[in-house]
Write a protein that binds this ligand. Structure first.
Ligand SMILES: Nc1ncnc2c1ncn2[C@@H]1O[C@H](COP(=O)(O)OP(=O)(O)OP(=O)(O)O)[C@@H](O)[C@H]1O
Length: 629
């Protein structure tokens, strides 16, 4: 089962380094913070007005039967309530605003970072967990701002204000009321420890549910094909029950804590009354007025309320610190080398859609991959590569000293058994990974010295299975490049993809389903070609699909490919016989080494690995084209 890994880790309650870094996100909104804190202080101060009025009315106005004073006090109290309401409203709006702004900034920064992390990072980190960073971890921070820090400061202020007022009015009564404080602190401590444990449990179990649902939905076809629905339902129910249990435990802890604090508050009130009983009406300095006792009864109630809240805020703070730790770890991931920092700074201010567009538009503002009539030169010089540790005693080399040169306009076909290293050659050329030894040159320049977007703008990469984004067909072909509708349609027409689009109910505006599931394999291939030709790159990298299509579709794809490859350099992981046979050079890879190279006829004549692979391929092609019995 997938584990939730670092999602289970709960951080410290307060970490100065993290707090300082968080503060940077708050700084642009310090006006909002100041406003919220002022409103909270006003709210806290207003809490004292009610008890003070009560005391005055009972001790002064009622004995004197001064109806006017009582009415004024009532009016003042009503005004206090209105002000409290207004301050509460303003404070909620401001803290909400602060939280939402910080969340938006963090999400934008996280997404921009995620887009620029190297492919190797995604080999190590499951997408589900990264989505959690951008969604629920950022949300945990929001709680910190809306319910946590500002409100916590407000609670502290209220506590201090009420405590000071009580001590000033009568310190002996105050001590009687505060006698229960050690028990309150003890109860809060036990509560915090228990809730912390159950909070961690809930998070772990929720992460398991998320991972399970994501995996089972992604692999739904397998689940259905193998009739695993009932079994999976049972496993899900178990996970769900575990989650429910964890929640119930936390509910029980809360259900115990709040009444305990309530009882302690009542004990405090009782001890206050008992301690006051002998002093009420007594003459001299030790005497107490009924009004003072009444005011104290109110103050004690108001004193314990924020105490309860603070215990809850403690947990919010803890969750938020853990979340921010994970978010910052992601923000500190090293970027792909070659991302120019000036361009990065410019992009970080753009919306995601613009970022995608800017990635394809060179700095001077010209069109991507300005038409290159001759294609580009690609050269691999003694390239060694391992996905693992190159410094290990016995590195698992995936490529061992691969060298080749493709001249402008030529086509190189990469062939070899599965796992021979063909995809790796292409991944290195696109700089998804970097070779540990050797050099890769494009037009004579070491690709490590080319800005990444400049390199990739020269390359059109057609994958086995086109990745289609949610949206209409036109935007999927255009992919953010500055192309007019007419240019997109002309590009599609050149590879025959216009006929695919014409058949769709809404034509170019047809909304593609998730990952384009509504299109056939052949149709998706043609759209991939349209996308590549629209960008008009000098170098075409083809990862040909292995899945067979019918002969009519195959003929269309071959014609489209011929158009696409014309006037460009092409490096193809070739599965089509037509591509291989027509290639200017064929590179045969075996366990990461180039074992044969040459043209089709030469290699056949040599009767080596290529000849064997070719015969296998011909046999498979014949098998595929045989009509089903
Ligand atoms: N991201 C990765 N991390 C670790 N090992 C990898 C990774 N990608 C590929 N490999 C390993 O590298 C070797 C070469 O893989 P590669 O995908 O380059 O082969 P291929 O010739 O393209 O195979 P196929 O024709 O099946 O696509 C294989 O042993 C594979 O298991």
């Amino acid at each position: 089962m997938t584990t939730s890994g670092d999602d289970e880790v709960l951080g410290r309650v307060y970490d100065a380094r993290l707090a300082r870094r968080l503060l940077r996100y708050v700084r642009p909104y310090r006006g909002i913070v100041a406003g919220a804190v002022v409103l909270l202080c006003i709210e806290g101060g207003l809490q004292l007005v009610g008890p003070a009025l009560t005391r005055h009315v009972i001790d002064v106005a009622l004995p004197a039967r001064a109806a006017g004073v009582v009415t004024t006090a009532a009016a003042l109290f009503a005004l206090t309530l209105v002000l409290q309401f207004a301050a509460g409203y303003g404070e909620t709006v401001l803290t909400g605003l602060l939280g939402q702004h910080v969340m938006r900034d963090l999400r934008t920064e996280l997404f921009a970072r995620l887009q620029r992390l190297p492919v190797a990072f995604y080999d190590r980190n499951p997408v589900g967990r990264l989505v959690t960073r951008v969604t629920s971890d950022v949300e945990a921070l929001n709680e910190l701002f809306t319910a946590g820090v500002v409100a916590g400061l407000g609670d502290l202020f209220t506590l201090v204000a009420i405590g000071v007022m009580m001590l000033v009015v009568d310190w002996r009564l105050s001590l009687a009321a505060f006698a229960v404080m050690p028990f309150v602190l003890l109860a809060s401590r036990v509560f915090q420890t228990r809730v912390r444990g159950s909070y961690r449990e809930i998070r772990t179990r929720l992460a398991r549910i998320n991972a399970f649902v994501q995996e089972r939905l992604t692999g739904l076809r397998v689940v259905q094909l193998f009739g695993r629905e009932r079994a999976e339902r049972t496993r899900f129910r178990r996970l769900n029950d575990d989650h429910l249990d964890a929640h119930l435990r936390s509910i029980r802890i809360y259900a115990l804590y709040f009444p305990v604090i309530e009882i302690l508050t009542t004990v405090a009130l009782a001890s206050l009354v008992v301690s006051a009983s002998s002093r009420v009406g007594a003459p001299g300095a030790g005497g107490l007025s009924v009004g003072t006792v009444a005011a104290f009864l109110q103050l004690v109630r108001r004193f314990f309320q924020p105490l309860q809240d603070l215990s809850e805020k403690f947990n919010i703070l803890q969750g938020a610190m853990a979340a921010s730790e994970r978010i910052f770890a992601l923000l500190d991931e090293p970027l792909e080398s070659g991302s120019p920092s000036t361009l990065d700074a410019r992009r970080s201010t753009l919306a995601p859609a613009d970022v995608e567009a800017s990635a394809r538009v060179p700095a001077e503002g010209g069109r991507v991959g300005a038409p290159n009539a001759h294609g580009v030169t690609v050269e691999f010089q003694d390239v060694w590569f391992t996905y693992g540790d190159a410094t290990a005693a016995d590195p698992q080399w995936v490529l061992r000293g691969v060298s080749f040169r493709v001249a402008p306009g030529e086509t190189l076909a990469l062939v070899g058994h599965t796992g021979a290293g063909k995809t790796t050659v292409v991944s290195l050329l696109l700089r998804f990974y970097e070779p540990q030894r050797g050099r890769i040159l494009v037009d004579g320049a070491d690709i490590r010295e080319l800005p990444l977007d400049e390199l990739r703008a020269r390359i059109g990469f057609v994958q086995q299975d086109i990745f289609l984004f949610a949206g209409d067909v036109a935007s999927n072909v255009r992919l953010g490049a500055a192309l007019t509708d007419a240019e997109v349609q002309a590009a599609a027409a050149r590879v025959g993809a216009d006929r695919v689009v014409e058949r769709l109910p809404d034509g170019w505006h047809h909304q593609l389903g998730e990952r384009g599931a509504s299109l056939s394999v052949g149709e998706r291939q043609l759209l991939a070609f349209a996308r590549a030709i629209a960008a008009d790159p000098g170098l075409l990298v083809l990862d040909e699909a292995t899945s067979a299509v019918d002969s009519e579709a195959e003929a269309r794809i071959q014609a489209a490919l011929a158009t696409l490859m014309r006037g460009r350099t092409t490096i193809a992981i070739a599965h089509r016989l037509s591509t291989i046979v027509a290639a200017d050079a064929i590179l045969v890879l075996h366990h990461g080494q180039v074992v044969e190279r040459g043209r089709h006829a030469e290699l056949l004549a040599r009767d080596g690995l290529y000849a064997r692979l070719y015969r296998l391929q011909v046999a498979q092609a014949a098998e595929a084209s045989r009509p089903a019995a």
